[in-house]
Design a protein around this ligand. Structure first.
Ligand code: UDX
Length: 461
């Protein structure tokens, strides 16, 4: 099938590459010149594992350009996959979606060929209904069929999640769903040949295709992200209690996660969630509820807890260093999570800002996000080209992104480079050796020196 994809961000480009891989002819429209130039030269404009190689492997089925007309000519389906950043009051800013919708409708008006127009961007519940009115105003009823198809991919595993999703959700009128079923048949049946660098998970032979009404599809994305974010805030609250009670959050999480009704995913305590989805979608869910006269208490608490969690690392630094002014602090990891160079809502950003404001000397390192960091972090933050360089002469190190190369650092590396081997593990991910040998603080992990003192006291008794 010929398919148009509007927008080559994480969701748009991954969708385009996965649909091309399974055999469709995909035409991507991207308005940003720099991004487009990179795409036309054959490489993704951001780092995402496996995307570059797969893009090259299906280059013949993938086309990039600026023109809506040529992308839509002969296309049966168009996906809108542009950004919906948080606007005022937590409401998602739909200007990019509306801009794309207008351009698609203009292009279709000229040809009047039927098109299933799929909103993949995360939009408030009821947006599809509002856009039906736009289709009617354009005189395109019966020609443009709107559908919702939320995306659940994770950055760092985006292509994997598109080719091997837990479920595919499509919402809309029957005509639109018939076409979307054809688009997704190879993924639903798992009938495509797996890319060699991304083998099919063992035992996966089919993916459920859930057909629902459009409003339920729209709400499902927010509901899923809100729930996952809630689990993170919940375990972070338990971690904070662990700190007060001398319990270990890792032990508690593994016990509750062993209950199959709960499961062990998204129970990892740390500095809180970031990224392009959870912060924005939890705010949007609260906003949508408010707009509809409902006080969604739980989601409001999830957001508050996450804000408070981020402040904990700074509090620990202030306490251990007796104030951060004049101290050198190394930040290990600037991206919001490993496997990506994305720094949207990354905990590193407010922490670096707060440290600089308080007169600390801040040096950051990230294996992938240095280019982004240069644009986003305050100019006073120095950027190191290796973790060792970042640690050199530091009074404290903070792990903010659990990149594997940081987890492999031995206590000696910290000791040899740092002025004081004070390590704050914002991801509860550093090795036991680091935890035992250095002045180490995790989130909800007992401080081992306290434990030792307690043992000593018991022994002395
Ligand atoms: C998320 C959803 O997982 C995905 O389904 C949706 O489509 C987009 O949002 P993503 O933002 O890429 O994906 O990352 P994810 O791996 O879910 O992590 C989000 C944040 O939560 C990160 O900051 C991560 O560090 C944090 N996190 C995750 C925790 O703090 N603890 C956990 O147990 C899991």
């Amino acid at each position: 099938m010929k398919i148009a994809v509007i927008g080559a961000g994480y969701v748009g480009l991954t969708t385009a590459v996965s649909l091309a891989w399974v055999g469709h002819d995909v035409h991507v429209v991207e308005r940003d010149e720099t991004r487009l130039a990179r795409l036309q030269a054959g490489s993704p404009p951001f780092f995402e594992e496996h995307l570059a190689g797969t893009m090259v492997a299906c280059a013949e089925q993938l086309h990039f350009g600026r023109s809506y007309e040529s992308a839509l000519a002969g296309a049966e389906v168009a996906f809108i996959a542009v950004g919906t950043p948080s606007g005022e009051d937590g409401a998602p800013d739909l200007s990019q979606v509306e801009g794309a919708l207008g351009q698609v409708l203009d292009a279709v008006s000229e040809r009047r060929r039927e098109l299933v127009l799929v909103v993949k961007s995360t939009v408030p519940v009821g947006t599809g209904d509002l856009y039906d009115a736009r289709v009617a105003d354009a005189g395109l009823v019966g020609i443009v069929h709107l559908a919702a198809n939320p995306e659940f991919l994770r950055q760092g595993r985006a292509l994997h999640d598109s080719l091997y999703p837990d479920r595919i959700v499509i919402g809309g009128a029957p005509d639109a769903l018939v076409t979307l079923r054809r688009v997704y048949r190879p993924v639903a049946d798992q009938s495509f040949e797996a890319p060699s660098e991304l083998p099919r998970p063992g035992g996966l032979s089919a993916v459920p295709l859930l057909e629902v009404d459009r409003r339920s599809a729209e709400l499902a994305k927010y509901a899923a992200n809100g729930y996952l974010a809630m689990r993170i805030s919940y375990i972070n609250e338990i971690a904070n209690l662990c700190d007060r009670l001398g319990a270990d959050v890792d032990a508690v999480a593994s016990i509750i996660g062993a209950d199959h009704r709960i499961g062990n995913h998204f129970l990892h305590a740390g500095v809180g969630f970031g990224g392009s989805c959870f912060p924005k979608d939890t705010r949007a869910l609260a906003h949508i509820a408010r707009e509809n006269g409902y006080a969604f208490e739980l989601i409001a608490a999830v957001i508050r807890v996450n804000g408070r969690q981020r402040a904990r690392v700074l509090e620990r630094l202030e306490l251990s260093l007796g104030g951060v002014g004049g101290r050198r602090v190394a930040l290990l990891g600037l991206a919001f999570k490993p496997g990506t160079d994305d720094m949207r809502e990354a905990p590193s950003v407010p922490l670096a800002q707060a440290l600089v404001e308080r007169g600390a000397e801040v040096v950051g390192h990230d294996p992938r996000a240095l280019e982004q960091a240069r644009r986003i972090l305050p100019g006073a933050v120095a950027l190191a080209s290796s973790p060792e360089e970042a640690l050199l002469g530091a009074d404290a190190a903070v792990l903010l992104t659990e990149w594997p190369q940081y987890l492999a650092l031995t206590p000696n590396v910290f000791r040899a480079a740092m002025r004081r081997p004070l390590v704050i593990d914002g991801r509860n991910a550093l090795s036991d050796a680091v935890r035992h040998d250095l002045e180490y603080y995790g989130i909800g992990r007992p401080v081992l020196t306290d434990l030792l003192e307690r043992h000593d006291a018991v022994a002395a008794d």
